[in-house]
Design a protein. Structure first.
Length: 82
């Protein structure tokens, strides 16, 4: 069966030269997305594909990442339901 949403994650090489740092940020994003995924899936009317681009200049904490992902997914929900 098809999943309600597929999501890709990207971190700029320009701001984070070391792959270790880029991978750490992607792990933080994936974890925050994983936690919010069930609530997002309940509200999707059809399958979607999305991409999250990290544009910050420093590595955030997991708490900050969680708050930002919640805000982002709420914006997605509103734009999808229009």
């Amino acid at each position: 069966s098809q999943t309600p949403m597929q999501c890709a994650f990207s971190v700029s090489k320009r701001h984070f030269k070391k792959a270790v740092d880029r991978n750490k940020i992607k792990r933080l994003i994936r974890e925050a997305y994983r936690i919010q995924k069930p609530a997002l899936y309940k509200t999707l009317p059809a399958p979607f594909i999305g991409m999250i681009l990290f544009t910050g200049k420093e590595i955030p904490s997991q708490e900050i990442m969680n708050k930002n992902i919640v805000k982002l997914l709420e914006k997605w929900r509103k734009s999808i339901s229009l």
